[in-house]
Design a protein around this ligand. Structure first.
Ligand SMILES: Nc1ncnc2c1ncn2[C@@H]1O[C@H](COP(=O)(O)OP(=O)(O)OP(=O)(O)O)[C@@H](O)[C@H]1O
Ligand SMILES: [Mg+2]
Length: 294
């Protein structure tokens, strides 16, 4: 039978992106860039968010495409303009190509869904994030804040994730992907999932001790209380990353995190009692069907 450590390693690698998924993301990025560039002058574009940092979980949804507008567009979409103006324009351009039913405006981006083809090596959806340069970083529309625009620096988020991963023996990004998978499996008690990554910067304390269940138990047991706190943007630019959840939602999240800590503690005990099969089933119940039993 597979050991618990082997099972976690297998699970972790199942959440890694395949070459095909990466090629697909890159192809769509170019396609979307061309489409937008016909209507909105472009300065730059790149894949950002958790996809670019290797902290994205499966299925591969909501890959962020950062589309940096040329300064020529500032007067049209930024100066004295509501954030909804640029989002509406991006939505219009995407809907013309991909059909309105697949395109949706969100708080800071416009999502495009690609209908399923039964091929699970494809990216299911993208979030197109229009941005303006601001100093050494960027500014993106944000319809949920009074200011209307949120400053962000994807480079700093990426550097922090890389540093955390190195300090944690190269296991940090894998742990974040697995924690995000747990969140999906439980109906997203923690929102946004970026908050889990931000919490992991503090809560996964290096060095990695080699024992996945123990490290997850520590994470969940600490997160269950700390989810009630405010969590700042690690780059110190945007609004608190924890600003999407109401008090009641935070309570629910705390309960879910607590249940996860308890379930792992019980599974560890099962393993100690020689009931490894039952322990593996308990981990699968927490993390979903990608967690292997053999
Ligand atoms: N409050 C914030 N302030 C500044 N930048 C933010 C904030 N929230 C998110 N971001 C940036 O925007 C990116 C995209 O946000 P998103 O919610 O898609 O998170 P994500 O890290 O890509 O996670 P997911 O796996 O859920 O897509 C983040 O990776 C981060 O770089
Ligand atoms: Mg994202």
């Amino acid at each position: 039978m597979i050991t618990v450590t082997e099972a976690f390693r297998k699970f972790r690698s199942r959440l890694e992106l395949t070459d095909r998924e990466q090629r697909d993301a890159s192809r769509r990025q170019k396609e979307i860039r061309e489409l937008l560039a016909d209507n909105l002058a472009r300065a730059d574009d790149f894949l950002s968010g958790s996809y670019a940092r290797w902290t994205k979980t499966k299925p591969l949804k909501d890959v962020d495409i950062f589309y940096v507008l040329h300064e020529d567009e500032r007067a049209n979409y930024r100066t004295n303009q509501q954030p909804s103006k640029i989002l509406t324009e991006v939505e219009r351009i995407l809907a013309r190509e991909y059909d309105q039913k697949n395109v949706r405006r969100q708080r800071r981006s416009v999502s495009v869904e690609f209908p399923a083809t039964g091929d699970d090596e494809r990216v299911v959806s993208f979030d197109v994030v229009p941005a303006f340069v601001k100093g050494d970083h960027y500014e993106i529309p944000d319809t949920s804040t009074v200011k209307g625009w949120t400053e962000t620096n994807p480079r700093i988020h990426a550097e922090k994730a890389t540093a955390a991963n190195e300090a944690y023996d190269g296991e940090w990004k894998g742990m974040v992907r697995m924690v995000k998978r747990w969140n999906q499996e439980k109906g997203k008690p923690v929102r946004p999932s970026f908050l889990l990554e931000v919490m992991a910067l503090q809560l996964l304390r290096p060095p990695f001790n080699g024992n996945f269940p123990y490290e997850f138990m520590m994470f969940f047991a600490t997160a269950k209380t700390r989810i009630l706190e405010e969590w700042a943007d690690p780059a110190g630019l945007g609004p608190p990353v924890s600003d999407s959840m109401s008090v009641a939602e935070r309570q629910k999240a705390a309960e879910a995190l607590n249940a996860a800590a308890t379930a792992i503690r019980n599974a560890i005990q099962l393993g100690k009692n020689g009931q490894e099969g039952a322990a593996l089933k308990a981990y699968r119940e927490l993390f979903g069907e990608l967690f292997p039993l053999s």
